[in-house]
Design a protein around this ligand. Structure first.
Ligand SMILES: NC(=O)c1ccc[n+]([C@@H]2O[C@H](COP(=O)([O-])OP(=O)(O)OC[C@H]3O[C@@H](n4cnc5c(N)ncnc54)[C@H](OP(=O)(O)O)[C@@H]3O)[C@@H](O)[C@H]2O)c1
Length: 274
């Protein structure tokens, strides 16, 4: 396969694969002939995505309904893959949760679950699949972060911090694996119109554009890519040019608006802002 240099047949595991960015990534990988393992909580949505991918691309698709916030999720996933006799060549840690608002108003349990799925599961799945990839001398891991990773994110604090973890963790593993033949990269989208961010306005990026950036990231040698030119400049300004206090204040003004829009939105549109 030209996108990662992997010979076919090869299998990609995509988390959060039935909706939004994950569905677009799964579609792109299937188009390149990769078999898929789709992971998310909603089994019905996963099955319907799997049926479409099999029909449109003729690839094999295994569905593993799983809550990645559970501490034993990696063990359950490992068991399901062993039972199906599947090896993972490409891991895309895309599943994530969002919750805007002040930390003082947040539900502590929900904050913990957000960190579990956005950060802990990403590290645990990377640690689960990386050793076999290193042994084989090939493979790829893409961890989906966010432009919110590039400065503190008041009114989106746990989300921003969880994505900063993903970015830092991935850059570190990139360095550790540089000479192993395994490609490790973080991809950071800005606002994208998806179920997580239904109010991302017109002109925002589409999931398919992020999926193209993921493919570009797999072909590149860089440890981290931001999706889209405007987002790339913004991430550079926030992380490298502005003093932290100024960046934090500007980001806070942005997420405070998102939080009040989300609070006044119809219940179906209240997912948050990534
Ligand atoms: N949309 C944006 O503006 C934006 C911007 C920057 C970064 N991102 C990142 O992009 C990634 C994809 O988000 P999206 O925008 O495409 O939103 P989305 O459509 O809501 O996708 C999130 C996916 O994660 C899955 N998921 C959530 N919690 C899970 C859990 N506990 N266990 C397993 N799966 C879980 C969901 O499926 P189930 O509900 O079926 O579990 C869903 O398929 C996320 O990491 C997000 O942080 C998004």
């Amino acid at each position: 396969m030209e996108i990662t240099g992997l010979p076919l047949p090869a299998t990609a595991l995509v988390t959060g694969a039935a909706t939004g960015i994950g569905a677009a990534i799964a579609d792109r990988l299937a188009r390149h002939g990769l078999d898929l393992v789709l992971v998310a909580r909603d089994a019905v949505r996963l099955e319907s995505a799997a049926r479409r991918l099999r029909a449109e691309h003729g690839v094999e698709v295994l569905v593993v309904p799983l809550d990645l916030a559970l501490p034993d999720a990696p063990a359950r996933l490992s068991g399901a893959l062993a039972e199906a006799g599947r090896t993972v060549d490409v891991l895309v840690n895309n599943a994530g949760a969002a919750a805007v608002g002040a930390v003082a108003d947040a539900d502590p349990a929900r904050t913990g679950e957000l960190i579990d799925v956005n950060a802990r599961a990403v590290a645990a799945l990377t640690a689960l699949f990386l050793p076999a990839m290193v042994d084989r001398g090939r493979g790829a891991i893409v961890n989906v972060a966010s432009t919110a990773a590039y400065s503190p994110a008041p009114y989106n604090a746990a989300y921003g911090a969880s994505k900063a973890f993903v970015l830092s963790f991935t850059q570190a593993v990139w360095e550790e694996t540089r000479d192993t033949g395994v490609r490790v990269v973080a991809v950071s989208p800005g606002p994208v119109r998806t179920p997580m961010n239904p109010r991302a306005g017109r002109g925002k990026r589409r999931p398919e554009q992020v999926a193209d950036t993921v493919l570009a990231a797999l072909r590149s040698r860089r440890p981290a890519l931001v999706d889209g030119r405007v987002n790339t400049v913004q991430a550079f300004v926030f992380s490298r040019l502005l003093p932290v206090r100024a960046a934090t204040r500007v980001a806070g003004a942005f997420f405070r608006k998102s939080a009040s829009r989300a609070a006044s939105a119809a219940p179906g549109e209240r997912a948050g802002s990534a």
